[in-house]
Every structure is written in C-alpha cells, then in structure tokens.
Design a protein around this ligand. Sequence first.
Ligand code: PLP
Length: 404
Amino acid sequence: MKEIKKTKRLDNVGYDIRGPVAEEAARMAREGVDIIALNTGNPPHFGFYAPESIEKAMSDHIRTSEGYSDSYGIPEAIEAIKSYSASKGIEGLDYGDIFTGNGVSELISISLQALIEIGDEILVPTPDYPLWTSAATLCGATVRRYLCDEAAGWTPDIQDIKSKITPRSKAIVVINPNNPTGALYPKDSLTEIMDVAREHGLVVFADEIYDRLVFDGAEHFSCAAVAPDVFTVTFNGLSKSHMLAGFRCGWMVISGDRKRAADYIEGIRMLSSMRLCANVPSQSVVSTALDDAYAAAPLLSPGGRLYEQREFIYRAINDIPGLSSTKPQAAFYLFPRIDTARFGIHDDERFVFDFLHEHHVLMTHGKGFNWPDPDHFRIVYLPPIDDLETIVDKLRRFLVTYRQ
Ligand code: PLP
C-alpha cells in the first residue's frame, strides 16, 4: 500500500523546541529516568501558580462558559484587553480590533495564514521564538533573519534589518521582551524599527507576551504605542504573566492604519470564525487577570523568586569557565555563550543531547532558536534556587571533561 506521508508543506518547517532531544528526554522518562526539563517556559511545572482569584473567576463562570462565544471573544474579555492596551498607550481600539485565541500560538498562525503569499518575505529575529519561523515557513514565506546583537545586549541591529529588506518584504516580527535572550528593547531601538516599517509599508508583528515580566523597575514600550500610525498586530496572553500556560489564553490587538489593511483584517476575521472561538472558560478569567495585570510584580523584585533565581543563574553561569551570558532584563530565560574552541563544540544539539544523557537535564540548543552558530544554549531558570544549584553543578562537572 502507498506510504502515508506528511505534507510537503512541512518539509522545511523544522522542529520547534520540542525536537529530537526533547523526544529523547521523553523516551528516557518513559523508562523511569528522572528528567529535569528546562526546555519550555512552563511556570506551573516549577511551583508557580495562578492567583486564586483566577480559579474563582473560572469556577464562577463555568456554567455560562459552556457555549461558543462570538469569534472575537466574550465582551468582558474584549473590554479588559482594550483597557489594558490603552494603559500601554495603544489607544482608540474598537470592536473588531481585538481577537482572543487559544494562546498566542494560535493567533500567530492565524495572523500569518491570512497575510502570506508563497514567496513573500518576512523579517524574523535571530535568535527567535521558533514558532514564528515555523508558522511563516508553513505559510510559504521566505524567512529573512535579522540579527539581535549580543554585544549590544541582544538588541536588534537596525542596519542589518535595513539590509534584509527587499521588494518582497511584507512584515517584520519583533519579540520584546525576548525569548530566548531575556532582552528588553529600549524605546529608541523600537522607534528605529517602526520608522523602517513605516518607510517600507511592513506589517509589524509585535510579540509582547512577556511585557509584564520585567525586572529592575524598567519600562516596557509597546511597538504600537511608539508608532501609533504604523499597522501593527500586538500579541499578548496569560501563559506567562499569570502562570496559566495550560489554559491557552491569548489575544491580539490590531492598531495603526486599519483602512489600508481592511482586506487583511477581513482575512483574519474569516480564519478566526473558522475555528469558531477561543476556549470560553479561559476567556472568562481575562478581566479578573487584567484587573491585576502585574500580579507577578512581587516575584520580580529583590526577595521574589524570579528575581533571586535570575541573580543566581546569571552569576553561577558566568562563574563556569568557558560560559558567559548577558544579564536578562525580563522573562525567565538565560541564553549563555559557550566557548566552542575550548570544548571543541561544532554541534550544539549534540552538546545538549550529551548533557541530557549524562546528567538528565534537558536544555535547548541555540539552533533550536534559529541561531546560526553552535555557540549558545538556553536555560529556563524557573526551578527554585536549590534545584538551579544542582543543575549548575552538573553543568560545571560535565564541562570539565566534555570535548566533542
Ligand atoms: N511567544 C513567545 C515569545 C513565547 O515565548 C511563547 C511561549 O513560550 C509564546 C509566544 C506562546 O504563548 P502561548 O502560551 O500564549 O501560546
């Protein structure tokens, strides 16, 4: 009988962070090996839980959440997202500008599917959150990578962005705060990017899911607020700020010159109504969550778990000979550099694979984030400090003898 094959459209898509090394970890776990999984930013797996008010909001609304909602979302969620956006300087939103989704992930796919023609080019950062590359490639886009510069605190290199623009460029993705680097972009950097988008008529996809997880009292600026005239789709959700990754609760907000994009917006509307609606019980907690939008703030200041874990991991990794890292300003990721010459490393996937086998800790290699060289990896520093100490100790011992 004829072989059953995956669609050719998936041929160049590549894996996201749940690739072969994560598969191997899952296999080892099935055989009874105790794996420390540091490959996804999944707060509830590390003892971070949603505020109790959220559980109450969901149970209070469970009966009224049984039916489909409007495909945009329930009115209470839309109103709350509108107010939250206004608080970030994204003003003048109307009915039809806000779409709820089953996580930001679903909305990334919808927003790209509605836009991309085969061969269109989209500018995506390197390193990136890999879903952006995978989803754009699946739609038939050619991904053109712009550099986020480690030497400049991982901020986007504006000259590189300009050099990657061609007549086929249709959109630019900005991930701020950034996964995997933990960088928070200064306003000037965003202004420059938005100027380029304005000049070349690019759609801006601003993934701001970590905007409420910022350290050191720094301010997050939304692309859409920096340049209100530029057509922008801003993505956000509750997976990280309210530790609700499993609820699949996200939204996107359309701002800027909507007249020019009326046909595209119609496409988004069609696709979101094809999936009927986002999970309604999850939508029912959005207004409660955004009433306390900065619920995670105590975790981010001295004495708070995320703050102390960041301080620890940043110091401990930089203390290991051959590793170095910039200090993350947001989210819960560290993206250290490995001195590849010292360890003879030419394959970063093999490096994390070998570490997994020897020490049962699963991390993600830099190429998993579409970083071109084999000289980085990402640590999710959500585990408590005692566990991070154990992990760092394993890594230190592993690197004493590791040579590829
Ligand atoms: N965007 C970025 C930058 C992320 O890091 C993640 C998850 O890690 C997502 C989007 C996906 O978010 P969601 O859980 O809302 O689908």
